[in-house]
Design a protein around this ligand. Structure first.
Ligand SMILES: CC(C)(COP(=O)(O)OP(=O)(O)OC[C@H]1O[C@@H](n2cnc3c(N)ncnc32)[C@H](O)[C@@H]1OP(=O)(O)O)[C@@H](O)C(=O)NCCC(=O)NCCS
Length: 186
């Protein structure tokens, strides 16, 4: 059970594979310093984002890939890309999945991330058969921590000095939910 049946549906959104026509939205998301402020590895240069986008379009989204299945989050009404969301196996043998969501700054504050993340969590449990779903975020990423709390994930821990940028060390938080908790919330 490692394949996602796409698209994933949410009330106002659809989560689907990236298409070549989404290039501008993908580049906007991955090169924006505001979006990438708390994400190690972002923002990317235009060139790197372009290369990554071409590679992403060339293959089917697969949670077993090291990078995971990253999907375009688009409005159902206009198919306008507002962000990206991903789910991947952290440890497939132990059914441990992880998800992440990024929104374009203009799309924030409307509940889109909550809807998209819920669709990813639901897919991880119901389609992939995950036992535990987690999110990792830098401790400074307050909007992301609020998102996890809204979704009912538990704060599992604060991890000191997990990311280095030069000499600067950053702490991170892990939020998670196990399958029994997910079933109880349905
Ligand atoms: C993390 C991130 C996706 C959260 O986005 P967000 O806009 O705060 O989350 P939502 O889209 O769910 O919107 C929720 C907010 O909109 C408000 N809202 C307005 N209308 C709403 C609606 N119809 N439904 C739910 N919430 C609504 C909520 O009150 C909430 O505001 P608050 O956080 O001030 O309480 C966003 O900050 C982001 O893209 N950050 C950069 C990327 C990143 O760091 N990602 C996480 C690591 S993978």
């Amino acid at each position: 059970m490692s394949e996602l049946a796409l698209p994933l549906a949410a009330t106002r959104l659809t989560l689907r594979a990236w298409a070549p026509s989404d290039r501008a939205a993908y580049l906007a998301l991955h090169t924006d310093p505001v979006v990438g402020r708390y994400i190690p590895g972002l923002p990317e240069s235009d060139n790197l984002a372009g290369e990554n986008f071409a590679a992403l379009c060339a293959r089917a989204p697969d949670p077993s890939e090291p990078i995971g299945a990253w999907l375009a989050i688009a409005t159902r009404e206009a198919d306008e890309v507002v962000g990206t969301g991903g789910v991947l196996w952290r440890d497939e043998a132990h059914r441990q999945a992880e998800f992440g969501v990024l929104l374009l700054p203009g799309a924030a504050g409307q509940g889109y991330a909550t809807e998209a993340a819920q669709a990813l969590i639901d897919a991880a449990f119901s389609q992939l058969g995950a036992h535990r779903v987690s999110a990792e975020l830098l401790a400074e990423n307050r909007s992301s921590a609020r998102l996890c709390q809204r979704l009912g994930l538990r704060l599992e821990g604060l991890h000191l000095g997990t990311h280095l940028e030069g000499e600067q060390a950053y702490d991170s938080l892990t939020f998670a939910m196990v399958a029994a908790e997910w079933r109880q919330r349905r």
